[in-house]
Design a protein around this ligand. Structure first.
Ligand code: MF3
Ligand code: CO
Length: 250
């Protein structure tokens, strides 16, 4: 399969979608607190995108029923938003994709609610650093495997595991394009990165074993051992001037 390379103009379009996603995350980061529900956040995101002429691309994707995924504590990803108020000490990953004029951008972020423990703060810090270690490797001439290697190394050095069942992906006019971006494995392997590739890097990092199961609803992926997990995801353009994070906000 061939990688679809994006022109500078295409990257600008994806960045516009990325700015909408980034603005959603910024707003969530300011308002999320004990008592807020993930269904309220989902409604906010859907309205925010629609008001800006974008669509929440996850809604209806393979039958997924919401604008966002909201993955609480031991949920690794693809959790459903719901009416349960967030509680102090929880962590929740909000994942969303904006489609603006047919160009898509994808970003997930894990938020801590109220008071958290040092162990939880470490999980969040390392998960984000692992993602950013992958982003650094997203330069022309490197290989897809260099990204996964850097992510896994960072996570495991700090005593965490990467959930290998879920991967990053090319993105552009479709949510999931070639190539697949593993967050683990040997360096120097797989597709060679080129100027104009747009990919996501989105490792799920967990405190316990890396195994997950899918719940009755057909979507919610939970860790088998109940370990908590975090996920930070950006959409990134690989360019000869270095990686450009198209969903940056923090
Ligand atoms: N944003 C997710 C991804 O990284 C998509 C989740 S699946 C969906 O690929 F059904 F919610 F869209
Ligand atoms: Co993604």
């Amino acid at each position: 399969m061939a990688v679809e390379l994006k022109s500078r103009e295409h990257i600008r379009e994806i960045r516009k979608a990325g700015r909408i996603v980034a603005a959603c995350h910024r707003a969530i980061s300011k308002s999320i607190a004990p008592g807020v529900t993930t269904l309220e956040i989902d409604r906010f995101v859907e309205r925010f995108m629609l008001e800006r002429g974008a669509k929440p691309a996850q809604k209806g994707y393979k039958g997924y029923p919401y604008a966002t995924c909201a993955s609480l504590n031991d949920v690794a990803c693809h959790g459903f938003p719901d009416v349960a108020p967030l509680e102090s000490g929880d962590i929740v990953t909000i994942d969303m994709v904006a489609d603006l004029d047919g160009w898509l951008a994808d970003s997930a972020w894990t938020y801590s609610i109220g008071k958290t423990t040092a162990a939880t703060e470490k999980l969040l810090r390392v998960s984000k650093q692992a993602m950013l270690a992958g982003v650094k490797m997203a330069v022309p001439g490197n290989y897809i495997g260099d990204i996964g290697y850097a992510v896994q190394r960072k996570a495991e050095r700090e005593g965490f595991q990467v959930v290998s069942k879920f991967v990053g992906h090319g993105i552009g006019r479709s949510m999931h394009e070639f190539p697949q971006v593993d967050h683990h494995g040997p360096a120097g392997q797989g597709v060679k990165l080129e100027d104009g590739m747009v990919i996501t890097i989105e490792p799920i990092v967990t405190t316990g074993r890396a195994d997950v199961f899918i719940a009755q609803d057909g979507w919610t992926a939970k860790t088998v051992d109940g370990g908590w997990s975090a996920q930070f995801e950006h959409t990134i353009a690989v360019t000869k001037d270095g990686p450009i994070v198209l969903t940056r906000w923090d």
